[in-house]
Ligand binder design. Structure first.
Ligand SMILES: [Mn+2]
Length: 238
């Protein structure tokens, strides 16, 4: 059994199927965590979500909420207007939602509302915390020696889930704070090309966290879809 992590698939259904094929994803043995942003920017958003949900329903995948899932949820709830969502990459998802029946829209809204914000997983040799964006620097629960990542995320989400999900603070917080994190954290959300000094799309490895958004939503800028195998640290790119 292998555990795979991926993130920021951004509506590229064909490439996701290619990725599953490349890793020889075996739903009888393997499990995959998707760290958010399945939707927007691509051309097959709801089709991609349908595939992911098929595996979720079978107990073989878990989807953590990304800001783009929240955008869709807010639009369905009448809390985000179409023009704003289009500016954030939602043009195609918006068109696809227009083809759903009212019952399908309500079902999707409920699904999106119920997505978790983080997940802590333990394997034989490590424990990691998975979340989409990381931390909100203004909602940090810490003492002199320890930054409680789980409680910090809970506080941030309770305060303002939108603000939490769009935050990129983890990449800019001082090392004095980051080094106190009580979990190794794995995030997506910020494309690796913006974090790597050589602007490559390789998965970003830092001492206390990793970023596995390799820019599938930005292929024109050299982005790729990827996944990380937790068991042995192997990386796959398509
Ligand atoms: Mn994001």
């Amino acid at each position: 059994m292998s555990i795979y992590l991926t993130s920021d698939l951004h509506g590229d259904c064909r490439r996701f199927l290619k990725l599953l094929n490349k890793i020889k994803f075996n739903p009888y043995q393997d499990f995959m965590y998707v760290l958010g942003d399945v939707l927007d920017r691509g051309n097959e958003n709801l089709e991609l979500l349908k595939h992911v949900r098929k595996y979720i329903d079978a107990g073989k995948m878990l989807l953590i909420k990304g800001n783009h899932e929240l955008f869709a949820q807010m639009y369905l709830q009448g809390r985000l207007d179409a023009r704003q969502w289009i500016l954030w990459g939602g043009r195609q998802t918006l068109a696809e939602l227009g083809r759903l029946s009212p019952d399908q829209r309500e079902e999707l809204e409920n699904f999106l509302c119920g997505l978790p914000f983080y997940q802590i997983i333990t394997t034989a040799d490590k424990t990691v915390l998975l979340t989409h964006s990381g931390l909100d620097a203004d909602c940090i629960i810490e003492s002199d020696s320890r930054l409680d990542v789980e409680e910090s995320i809970k506080a941030a989400v309770a305060g303002d889930e939108f603000r939490y999900l769009v935050s990129n603070d983890i990449h800019y917080m001082p090392w004095g704070q980051i080094r106190k994190m009580d979990h190794y954290v794995i995030v997506g959300h910020v494309p690796a090309m913006r974090l790597n000094e050589d602007a490559s799309c390789r998965i970003v490895h830092r001492e206390k966290y990793m970023c596995i958004d390799t820019g599938a939503g930005f292929r024109d800028s050299g982005g790729k879809m990827s996944c990380y195998r937790l068991d042995d640290g192997r990386e796959f790119y398509v």
